[in-house]
Structure formats: structure tokens, C-alpha cells
Ligand binder design. Structure first.
Ligand code: GRF
Length: 190
């Protein structure tokens, strides 16, 4: 069975949906490790509850990115991780991980890329006044939300949507879309 690691920095609702899909037999993978760069983030509690090991670190305690990524890499190797799933991990991935996991790092972003990359994608879409936004799952490269697109889902923005209602719509899609695409990656990378 393929082993995955989820990287997250905050709430972890996508982490939770992956846990739940696996538990319910709707995703055939082993969630081996949570990697979190924010001690105190809610996602750490979720991992504890689900009995999933986590590697939590404080970036400021390291000289630079390559130092903490070297430690992450060691953890990934210990757990024999095949695929890295970024789910709200608020950091760019550096060469240490990119070189070792080429084509094996994916991310989910709450807009139809290449529109609205970076932070606050939902607010950016509302401000731009677009009528359709969505969710993108893509391979990760050294840029900010720039890697090759794997799949996208569109969502209509209605007149009365605000940041909260739109975020809810987006999360609802993400929570089934991400497990589906992870399963697809696994099927194609046997
Ligand atoms: C999601 O909207 C995802 O698209 C973005 O960060 C958010 C993470 O939410 N990359 P959560 O922590 O999974 O609840």
C-alpha cells in the first residue's frame, strides 16, 4: 500500500477528510505521517486523535530551509513515504525535498490557477469580481502555486457570497476532490 505524508500548517480539515476517507475504505493508502511547521496548530490535535504520528517543528529554530527540510526528509525516509500531500502548508518547498520527491509532491489550492495564486485566494477572487472560481490540484515545483495542473473543479460565485460562504463551498469540494485525486495518483503510480 502506498504511504503518504500530509504537510499542513493550520486547521487541517483536508487532513481530516483524508483520514476519514481512509478509515471508511474510500481511499486505499496509508497515512504515515503529518508534518507541521506550526506548533499548536489544530491539525496536530487531529493527528493525535487519529493515532497518526506527527513531526512538528519550529522553522525559526533552524538556520535555514535546507536544514529543516533535511530533517523532514529523514522522517519521510523512516516512514518510507511515497507521496507528499500539501494541505494548507504555508511554505514553499525547497530543493532538498523537491529533488528527492520529484513528481511526488502535490498541493491543493482554492482557486482556478493560474488565477489568484498565493495567500487569500478566496478573497482575491471576490475582490476581482469573477463569477467562477474553484479548486486546483497540482504538482509542486519551486514556485508559488505554479506546478503542472492535475485537476480542477469550478465553483460559481453568487451575488450574496462573502469570504465565509465561499470558503465553505470551496472546502466542501476540496474534502472529496483531494482524496479522489490522491487515489488517482496512487492508481497511476503502482
Ligand atoms: C485549503 O483551502 C487549501 O486549498 C489551502 O489551504 C486550505 C487548508 O485548509 N491550500 P485546511 O487546513 O485543510 O482546513
Amino acid at each position: 500500500m502506498k504511504k503518504i505524508a500530509v504537510f499542513a500548517s493550520g486547521n487541517g480539515s483536508n487532513f481530516q477528510s483524508i483520514v476519514d476517507h481512509i478509515k471508511e475504505g474510500n481511499l486505499n493508502a496509508h497515512l504515515a505521517l503529518l508534518v507541521c511547521d506550526k506548533p499548536g496548530a489544530k491539525v496536530i490535535e487531529r493527528a493525535k486523535k487519529a493515532g497518526i504520528p506527527s513531526f512538528v517543528f519550529h522553522p525559526k529554530e533552524y538556520q535555514n530551509k535546507s536544514h529543516f527540510e533535511t530533517e523532514i526528509l529523514q522522517q519521510l525516509k523512516n516512514f518510507e513515504v511515497d507521496l507528499i500531500v500539501l494541505a494548507g502548508y504555508m511554505r514553499l518547498i525547497g530543493p532538498t525535498l523537491l529533488n528527492e520527491y520529484e513528481g511526488k509532491i502535490i498541493n491543493i489550492h482554492p482557486s482556478l490557477l493560474p488565477s489568484f495564486p498565493g495567500k487569500n485566494a478566496i478573497e482575491q477572487a471576490l475582490e476581482a469580481g469573477v463569477k467562477i472560481t474553484g479548486v486546483t490540484i497540482h504538482y509542486v515545483d519551486e514556485g508559488m502555486d505554479t506546478g503542472p495542473i492535475i485537476a480542477q473543479r469550478a465553483i460559481e460565485i453568487s451575488e450574496d457570497d462573502n469570504a465565509e460562504t465561499l470558503a465553505n463551498k470551496i472546502h466542501k469540494i476540496e474534502h472529496t476532490f483531494y482524496p479522489e485525486i490522491i487515489q488517482k495518483w496512487i492508481n497511476e503510480n503502482k
